[in-house]
Design a protein around this ligand. Structure first.
Ligand SMILES: Nc1ncnc2c1ncn2[C@@H]1O[C@H](COP(=O)(O)OP(=O)(O)O)[C@@H](O)[C@H]1O
Ligand SMILES: [Mg+2]
Length: 1020
């Protein structure tokens, strides 16, 4: 809206309320013209949409346009029929109030188009489901059917609706269209039998003849030539360039199937349409008696077949009328004129009632069937009223009278609902208000409909009056009753000037929209049923007709209501319906001349200037406090989230916070009034922004809540798992402790009973001790034979331990022995011998243990070959250098001691000095000290032998061991303390004295003994 304001010089304002000079009709027209030139056909007066028929296709009804208006505030986008539709729809949804959209305007102004656009808008933009889709289709398809049967070409409009239509669209709680209902008003039945020049009968006749296939036409007895039918030639205009009857026929046929007509129903419907055409071609002749008779028997034949009645009964009905005299029914013949009018009346009645049947049938198909909640009335309604506008012709008959009466009523409603109620509301709300002068047309409505005094009452009275009631008596009655009424004039009552433009059979009504002369001729046709021709249709076997013409109704003796009264009643009902809903208005205009002359009077007809004046004086927007507060409370911290105090205070706080200036609003008793739309828009925009932040906050809260509950759940789960796991661990520990305690207890008990024989109390302990000893043993077994360590066994195992120790030792020895080489074995054997002889006896023995014995200390080169010769076959086993001490002087002489298998020799260079057979060797003596002296004891008897030999070897232990082994004298070695005696020669003795000293010293002592001082090696 605000953006459109900048362009207002070129295209005018899009709301007349914004006109500078709002009281000027010229300014109003100028604005309309400016906009129309730019193809802007829609303009607002407040919330009333004013539209001008463009008579060309404008690209403003596309799906994109629908989307643009969907859910958008009325004032935010440029005026459009979709904005009105959407506003009504949203009001219905948010406020849950039924809505109605009143479309008014002259014939050809675009009312029907507008209603179709609205319907399309709902079909496209409302939510849908499969079931809803069929309802949408039916709602949309009901239009072509109704238009075929109820629309016709007129001078004004090639597709003029010849009936009034009020359509309810039902929406379910989700806002999806789920059903519909149509009320129809006053079909222009006269068109069936007569059309003015340049006009046509209802479309369906032409469509059937042009579009129906050959077979169908043959069955209906029709020819494909509209000129053949009397009811179609009156207007002399059967072909119209803008209408393609053939393709329309296809559309209608398809629509009938969509709505749910069965094939038989279509057939019977067409039978009726055809029978109307045949009726029109009925001709009468006059008998001599002056009474009429039927001259066209073929037509009767067709008729009888099509509507399924007997030909004779039909003939009778068309040429006679039923009169009731003194309670008896009599058939009186008709003259030619009467018969023709009876025929036309029948045609009209048949067509009219068939049309009503059709509407009924469509209503059945549109009816909302709530399968889930059959009894609930859970629907909201948007009503669409598309009703003929004010009409003024050269000759205005009963129909124009009804139409204009209807428009008076609508104008009254419009006035009441907008102007008057607005003013009343300001008053009741205690808001200062400058009264606006407007024309209240209640006076005209009363003139027509008032009881006893109104035109309709007088007409009823005239019709009921027995005797020859004529149109003239009716006029006189009107004059006598209504003469002097400001809005009623007749030729007789008029002044001279008016008389010139009035016929004598006319009366004039001064409508709000202008003056109209109505002809009283045929007014009494309004009685509807004239004679007895309709009785015959009751006999019809045609299913539709038998439903349309109820036998009981027709045989009812009571006078039926006249058409006028019926119309009055149905209008009153319509007003009630409309009053119960919240109205939106669309005011349509025809625009035929560039100068917009035509529009000027339409502006007047529609009371637009009055409307504008009221709008400008008043407030653009009002809402009850609770509604206003509920909607906008989030915009002010003081009212959010809830206002606790009085509602007016809450609203006052809110608007002050929003920065409303005092002239922008007023607070009434129950409502707030906002003067300018822009104030409201600003608030609405702020709400839009606020909504986002509220949504974000809600989202955040929800997210945090959901995350937190998720987290708490996880935490709880973790705690449960933890607790279980801790339990398991604790139970394990406890179990181990218990076991440990048991073990310790058993251990202690076992310890106490350890000395007892094996019994249950100590068996564990004993086993454990055994086990642990064995395990310790296993780890600490001696590694070598020399390793003497051995774990101390517990008392109970001493024996086993010894056994084991022995076994172990044996095993080690065995293993050791297995590994031992023959040389080593030999060595060891010798060492064993040495040990047996010297161990613990001779001082230098320990030093010798570690030194290996060698095979010989003299090798081949050191021994003279002659010695070897002397040895002969004996093999030398060991040789060692020794020192020989003379027996007498104890002179030391170097010698070699060689051992063989059977003897030993002492050698000096190449000479064997002494030969000692082992068998002669009596013994060997050594000292216990560390010296190397030894004495070989030999017998002295033998001359050859010179007695015992005193020798000294540096390897005493080795040398003596070898000698002992070779000579097998192991047990013959004497180890002496102190001194050794030896013999030389017969009875001669020598003595060797051994004394420990610091170093080895061998000398001849003064006493003639050989004195040997030997160092002490081992302290003993
Ligand atoms: N919005 C529109 N856009 C284009 N053409 C329109 C529009 N409204 C009406 N017309 C034209 O005007 C003709 C008459 O409109 P219609 O709605 O039948 O008038 P009404 O119902 O008021 O007598 C339509 O057939 C169509 O050609
Ligand atoms: Mg129309």
């Amino acid at each position: 809206m605000e953006s459109a304001l900048t362009a207002r010089d070129r295209v005018g304002v899009q709301d007349f309320v914004l006109l500078e000079n709002h009281t000027s009709e010229a300014a109003f027209m100028e604005n309309l013209r400016k906009r129309f030139k730019e193809n802007l056909i829609y303009t607002y007066i407040g919330s009333v949409l004013v539209s001008v028929n463009p008579y060309k296709d404008l690209e403003i009804y596309t799906k994109q346009h629908m989307e643009r208006y969907r859910g958008v505030n009325f004032y935010e986008v440029s005026p459009h029929i979709y904005a009105v539709s959407d506003n009504a729809y949203r009001s219905m949804r948010t406020e849950r109030r039924d809505q109605c959209i009143l479309i008014s305007g002259e014939s050809g102004a675009g009312k029907t188009e507008a209603s179709k656009k609205i319907l399309q808008y709902y079909a496209v933009t409302c939510p849908a489901s499969d079931q809803v889709q069929t309802v949408k289709d039916r709602l949309l398809q009901s239009n072509p059917v109704l238009e075929a049967f109820g629309n016709a070409k007129t001078l004004r409009n090639d597709n003029s609706s010849r009936f009034g239509k009020y359509m309810d669209i039902q929406f379910d709680f989700r806002g999806a269209p789920v059903g519909g209902h149509i009320l129809n008003y006053l079909l222009e039945k006269s068109r069936v039998v007569h059309q003015s020049h340049g006009e046509r009968n209802f479309h369906i006749f032409y469509q059937l003849i042009e579009g129906g296939d050959e077979d169908l036409l043959r069955r209906l007895g029709l020819e494909r030539n509209t000129q053949q039918y009397q009811y179609l030639v009156k207007g002399n205009c059967s072909k119209v360039s803008s209408i393609n009857d053939r393709s329309e026929w296809k559309v209608v046929s398809k629509a009938l199937t969509v709505i749910g007509f069965s094939e038989e129903e279509v057939e019977e419907l067409l039978n009726i349409i055809a029978s109307v055409l045949h009726l029109g071609n009925l001709q009468f002749g006059t008998e001599d008696s002056g009474y009429a008779y039927i001259t066209t028997d073929t037509q009767i034949k067709y008729l009888a077949r099509l509507v399924d009645v007997e030909g004779a009964a039909l003939k009778e009905a068309l040429t006679h009328k039923k009169i009731i005299a003194k309670g008896e029914e009599l058939m009186s013949p008709l003259n030619l004129e009467q018969a023709a009018s009876a025929r036309d009346a029948l045609a009209k009645a048949i067509y009219g009632r068939t049309f009503s049947w059709l509407v009924n049938k469509i209503n059945h198909s549109l009816a909302f069937k709530d399968e889930q909640f059959p009894s609930s009335k859970n629907t909201s309604v948007i009503g669409l009223l598309d009703i003929y506008g004010f009409e003024v012709f050269q000759q205005n008959s009963f129909e124009q009278f009804c139409i204009n009466y209807c428009n008076e009523k609508l104008q009254q409603l419009f006035i009441e609902l907008t102007l008057k109620s607005e003013q009343d509301e300001y008053e009741s709300e205690g808001i200062t208000w400058e009264p606006v002068q407007y024309f209240n047309n209640k006076i005209i409505c009363d003139l027509v409909e008032e009881k006893f005094k109104g035109i309709i009452s007088i007409l009823d009275e005239e019709c009921l009056r027995p005797g020859d009631a004529s149109d003239i008596t009716f006029l006189e009655k009107l004059e006598s009753t209504l003469g002097g009424h400001a809005h009623f004039v007749t030729h007789k009552l008029a002044d001279g000037k008016t008389r010139k433009v009035m016929g004598r059979e006319e009366f004039r009504l001064l409508h709000y929209a202008g003056e109209v002369n109505y002809n009283v001729n045929g007014k009494k046709d309004g009685r509807d049923r004239s004679s007895g021709e309709e009785d015959v249709t009751c006999q019809s076997e045609n299913k539709i007709l038998s439903q349309c013409f109820d036998k009981e109704e027709l045989s009812d003796k009571k006078r039926p209501e006249t058409t006028a009264t019926q119309f009055k009643t149905s209008l009153a009902k319509l007003m009630e319906i409309l009053m119960s809903k919240e109205p939106s208005y669309v005011r349509s205009h025809v625009c035929l001349s560039p100068a917009l002359v035509l529009i000027r009077h339409q502006v007047k007809y529609l009371g637009l200037m009055e409307n504008l004046r009221v709008r400008r004086a008043g407030f653009a927007y009002r809402r009850r406090y609770e509604v206003f507060l509920q909607r906008y409370k989030s915009l002010c911290p003081g009212t959010w989230p809830n206002w606790q105090g009085r509602l007016p205070d809450g609203v006052s706080t809110l608007v002050k916070y929003l920065g409303y200036k005092p002239e922008e609003y007023k607070l009434g008793r129950t409502k707030i009034f906002i003067r300018f739309p822009k104030t409201l828009f600003a608030t609405e925009d702020a709400l839009e922004v606020r909504k986002h932040s509220l949504a974000t906050k809600l989202q955040a809260c929800w997210k945090s809540y959901s995350q937190r509950s998720k987290y708490l759940k996880m935490r709880h789960a973790a705690i449960v798992v933890q607790a279980w796991w801790r339990g398991i661990l604790a139970r394990r520990v406890a179990k181990r402790r218990r076991e440990a305690a048991n073990t310790i207890r058993r251990f202690i008990k076992g310890f106490i009973f350890r000395k007892h024989p094996r019994c249950p109390e100590n068996e564990y302990f004993l086993d454990y001790v055994r086990y642990s000893f064995l395990m310790t043993l296993k780890r600490n077994l001696p590694k070598t034979v020399l390793d003497k360590s051995w774990p101390t066994p517990p008392p109970a195992l001493t024996e086993a331990s010894d056994q084991l120790r022995k076994l172990c030792m044996q095993n080690m020895v065995w293993k050791y022995c297995k590994r031992i080489s023959p040389e080593w074995k030999h060595q060891m054997e010798q060492k064993m011998v040495a040990s047996e002889i010297f161990k613990d006896k001779k001082d230098n023995y320990p030093q010798s243990v570690a030194k290996l014995f060698v095979g010989t200390r003299l090798n081949g080169e050191e021994i003279n070959p002659k010695v070897f010769q002397a040895l002969g076959n004996e093999k030398m086993k060991y040789g060692v250098p020794v020192t020989k001490y003379d027996r007498k002087g104890y002179r030391a002489r170097p010698r070699q001691l060689l051992l063989t298998g059977t003897y030993a020799v002492l050698v000096e260079d190449a000479k064997v000095k002494q030969h000692i057979d082992y068998s002669t060797l009596q013994g060997i003596s050594v000292s216990s000290l560390s010296d190397g002296l030894f004495v070989l004891h030999l017998p002295c008897e033998d001359n050859k032998q010179k007695g015992d030999v005193v020798l000294q070897s540096d390897h005493i232990i080795e040398t003596l061991t070898k000698v002992a082994i070779c000579a097998e004298k192991i047990n013959n070695i004497n180890i002496n303390q102190g001194s050794i005696k030896f013999a030389f020669g017969r009875g001669k003795e020598g003595i060797i004295d051994f004394t420990p000293g610091s170093e080895l010293l061998i000398t001849k002592a003064k006493n003639g003994h050989l004195s040997v001082t030997a160092p002490r090696l081992n302290s003993r």
